[in-house]
Design a protein around this ligand. Structure first.
Ligand code: FES
Length: 97
């Protein structure tokens, strides 16, 4: 997988690790992060056209994935589809720039 550079956007941005690694070591994509990325992108578009959702390759917390990071904030671990609305609400409430 090729590395993707994080966005330089000034809009509120959420990065979803979609790294896939087969074998013994866990990875976010092996735990469903590609579905999380797609759903988060859809929900973000519905809530606000001003939220950027991007894929990123590995946040270094592979055993705790799927992992998501709001730009400038901490990594959120073990994210499930049900967590996405509250993650977006927190992002919008914080006025993340
Ligand atoms: S594979 Fe997602 S944090 Fe490493």
């Amino acid at each position: 997988m090729t590395s993707k550079k994080p966005s330089q956007s000034k809009l509120p941005t959420i990065f979803v690790c979609t790294n896939f690694r087969s074998g013994v070591h866990s990875s976010c994509a092996a735990r469903g992060s590609k579905d999380i990325f797609k759903q988060l992108k859809k929900l973000a578009k519905e809530k606000s056209g001003d939220i950027v959702v991007e894929q990123i390759v590995c946040l270094g917390r592979c055993e705790e994935g799927p992992n998501v990071r709001i730009a400038g904030q901490k990594i959120i671990n073990s994210v499930g589809i049900d967590d996405l609305p509250s993650i977006l609400d927190a992002l919008l409430a914080a006025g993340n720039k």
